[in-house]
Design a protein around this ligand. Structure first.
Ligand code: NAP
Length: 326
């Protein structure tokens, strides 16, 4: 069992920023990265709206820079997933991963959210064989192909625009006749020569041949008309579900599963803080997640300081040095 002052669950912008603040406050800090290091932003190609990068930055580059900055102050990345958490006994909190067990004075939860599924026949069967939730990862395999993108929000339109780099045509299938995406993205997508729209329509089934997607059954919600549309790929961008299941009811959530925090990023458990998309279903930007991670870490640092003042902390080895020029 390893003792740490601050354990951060999740390695997206929120977790990596929390790690920077916590480590720079000279507290031993471990980040449990989860399966997808960097979180959702690491699967995003061009990030144009993170300040400090006038020419934009690639998602994986951004998270790598954040990691390096946090590591410079002594934060440790543990490439593992959390399997069990015990918050009931209070601080120090027990957190088990697949390979280790931690005892942490404070925990910062930045475990984010996962892309939603359509839950239609064929979706699971053709994962990695034409069905995808990541244009950055899979777009390259669709050079010269015709693909469908599902959704009408910012993600669907942004990723559809990106996919035009590879595909011959990108057809956006949206369940309403009005898009949710920002006006700027709408105007880029609506004016793009490779992008088409099918409105008021859902996908009922994804079909394939020889293990690869070859078509999708579309149903018009207004007319009831059903057609089978040939396609080589289906990219799904229909929103996200918070990854709160691992907390097994120990953290208070809203009905949708988002962890509830107060205006100091504190959860219902004293010493457990949260930031990023695990609690924020409104802003959902890399920069807001980073800000919330910084705020959560500042509160964790204060909280630990108060407990230290009360003589409630067990001694552990803290990071020895802070680099020069910091
Ligand atoms: P979103 O805004 O929740 O949009 C989800 C889209 O999927 C909506 O159009 C929704 O339809 C549709 N949808 C939901 N469930 C569906 C289902 N079962 N079947 C078919 N369609 C379904 O999600 P998002 O686009 O991923 O964006 C999430 C957040 O990140 C937003 O706040 C967004 O602004 C932000 N974001 C920003 C940027 C950027 O700034 N460049 C880029 C990406 C995301 P309805 O419209 O009918 O509800």
């Amino acid at each position: 069992m390893r003792k740490v002052r601050v354990l951060i669950i999740g390695s997206g912008p929120s977790g990596l920023t929390a790690a920077l603040y916590s480590a720079r406050a000279q507290l031993s800090t471990v980040v449990i990265t989860g399966m997808q290091f960097g979180g959702q932003i690491a699967t995003t190609h061009d990030v144009d709206n993170f300040p400090g990068f006038p020419d934009g930055v690639q998602g994986p580059d951004l998270t790598d820079k954040m990691r390096l900055q946090a590591e410079r102050f002594g934060a440790e990345m543990v490439y593992d997933i959390v399997t069990e958490i015990d918050f009931a006994g209070g601080s120090p909190f027990r957190v088990k991963t697949q390979n280790e067990e931690f005892l942490a004075d404070s925990v910062i939860v930045t475990i984010g959210a996962s892309p939603r599924r359509l839950n239609v026949p064929g979706e699971n069967e053709f994962i990695g064989r034409g069905v995808s939730w990541c244009a950055t990862c899979d777009g390259f395999f669709f050079r010269g192909k015709d693909i469908l993108v599902v959704g009408g929000g910012d993600s669907a339109l942004q990723e559809a625009i990106f996919l035009t780099k590879f595909a011959s045509t990108v057809t956006i299938v949206h369940r309403r006749d009005e898009l949710r995406a920002s006006v700027a993205l709408q105007s880029r997508a609506l004016n793009h020569e490779k992008i088409r729209f099918i409105y008021d329509t859902v996908i009922d089934e994804i079909k394939g041949e020889n293990g690869l997607v070859k078509g999708a059954v579309l149903r018009n919600l207004k007319t009831g008309a059903v057609e089978e549309k040939p396609t080589d790929g289906v990219f799904i961008f229909i929103g996200y579900t918070p990854n709160s299941a691992v907390f097994n009811g120990q953290l208070k959530t809203d009905p949708a599963g988002y962890v509830i925090v107060d205006n100091r990023m504190a959860t219902n458990i004293d010493g457990v803080f949260a930031g990023g998309e695990i609690h924020d279903d409104v802003f959902r930007q890399a920069i807001t997640a980073s800000g919330q991670g910084a705020a959560a870490a500042l509160m964790a640092v204060n909280w630990i300081g108060e407990r230290e003042g009360l003589g409630l902390l067990q001694p552990i080895e803290e990071p020895a040095t802070v680099p020069a020029g910091s």
